[in-house]
Design a protein. Structure first.
Length: 248
């Protein structure tokens, strides 16, 4: 955990902060001195989060998103971490699966960034979305809808960076490889039911990381904190891979 206070005085908003990457980011920004406003669809996941401000928010609902962001007069840092992993080829992706993938992953990014940007145009700010190298950067089996949705998040983030660079709003997309998280645990369990072995299922995820291990939410959080700080103040419009070597 960082010991610096390089984000002191900054107002930060983190979505999907109940677990995994979102939670690690919220804790890291708070540790670096930011006033963190953390939200999640599931309020029970937020009760033990070490942040002063926690709220329930459905990132797929325009009214809920607009109501949540209406309370802010200023936002310095936005981290958007809402996402959903659908597993399947395009033939295995039914229209309702496709719509759900886009709604949770891409639509939520549109709604949240659209609501947050006006809160940054006066003083500037840093936006970081959580993308993925899986299928959006590098093709991976059975991730058709997920890759398309995350690819859309990258494109949206780059567009926001281009549109608001003169307003001193920076926007970047952090693209993790395979990260140890509750979401991954669910996918490992699903794969284990077909392989008959949880160890085999787990190792199949580890084996695609050239570094030979999974990433941690804290490693992703460290990059998000860097991008939000003055140390990252000359970086915008980038999709940054944090992937254990997948895209080498």
């Amino acid at each position: 955990m960082a010991s610096t206070q390089r984000l002191e005085g900054k107002i930060a908003v983190v979505t999907a902060a109940g677990q995994g990457i979102g939670r690690a980011v919220a804790e890291r920004l708070a540790a670096e001195g930011a006033e963190v406003h953390a939200s999640d669809l599931n309020p029970s996941l937020l009760t033990t989060l070490a942040c002063a401000h926690i709220d329930t928010m459905d990132g797929t609902c325009a009214k809920a998103v607009d109501a949540y962001f209406a309370k802010f007069s200023r936002i310095d840092i936005l981290i958007h971490a809402v996402g959903y992993v659908h597993q399947g080829t395009i033939e295995e992706c039914e229209p309702e699966d496709w719509r759900r993938s886009m709604e949770i992953t891409l639509d939520s990014a549109y709604l949240v960034l659209r609501a947050a940007v006006p809160k940054m145009t006066t003083f500037g700010g840093s936006i970081t979305t959580i993308g993925s190298v899986v299928s959006s950067i590098k093709g991976m089996p059975r991730r058709a809808a997920y890759g398309a949705a995350k690819g859309g998040v990258i494109a949206l983030t780059k567009s926001v960076a281009a549109d608001y660079v003169t307003k001193r709003i920076r926007a970047n997309c952090v693209c993790p490889g395979t990260v140890a998280s509750p979401s991954l645990e669910v996918r490992i369990d699903e794969l284990a039911r077909s392989t008959g072995s949880r160890e085999v299922a787990y190792n199949s995820f580890v084996s695609r990381q050239p570094l030979g291990r999974l990433g941690t939410p804290q490693e992703i959080a460290g990059l998000c904190a860097f991008l939000a700080s003055e140390d990252g103040s000359f970086i915008t419009g980038q999709a940054i891979n944090v992937d254990g070597g997948i895209t080498i």
